[in-house]
Design a protein around this ligand. Sequence first.
Ligand code: DX5
Length: 226
Amino acid sequence: MKKIFPKIAPSILAANPLNLERDAKEAEKNGASRISVDVMDGHFVPDITFGPSVVSNLKKIIDIDIEVHLMVDNPELQSKSFIDAGADVITFHFESTKDSEDLIRYIKQRQIRVGIAIKPETQINDIKGYLSEIDEITVMTVVPGKGGQSLIKTCLDKVKELIKIREDHGLKFLIQIDGGVKKENICSVFEIGADIAVVGTAIFNESNNIQYNMKSLFNLFEITEL
Ligand code: DX5
């Protein structure tokens, strides 16, 4: 009987910036579904992180997809450069642009999967008009801008709402949870119905034992194919 693993997207925000190649490869080797690259511009969120060259170089050394999570004020401009760099999925924040429709159209024209991320305070009602257009919705379970925070449980209520909309309208978007996912809560995150979980510090924490950290997450899921 084959064990079914949950889809985990390690976030290199928490990886060792001097060893991104090693950490990304180790995460891929230990079952990562894709790598999440948190892009921050110092405006939309206080920190500044990665540019397109990190994506283009990661692309050369890993085979799994790269999801670029744009926490930037100008997602229109940044989308182009990260798509050119090789991003497989572009996730932009609903709160960061006045024209989500236009941006969704552009990203899809580039034959790239598109996701919208919503901050904890943003409601499903604010973005439900886009759900038929996008491939993914990322429900932030922390305030965007840094790793290592605690998961805000009330945000998970949005997952149930999204699942109902998806079923009622026969839509196909994936639901991603991002922020504060750890051993203590990852099972409930998937039981509630998330399709993918972004995980940073629980994988790339100071112990730096990526293999052990990922195995301990997967081992919590004793789901086997019936
Ligand atoms: C916040 C980031 C984090 C990160 C995950 O802006 O998006 O949520 O990816 O980090 P952890 O797993 O450490 O909360």
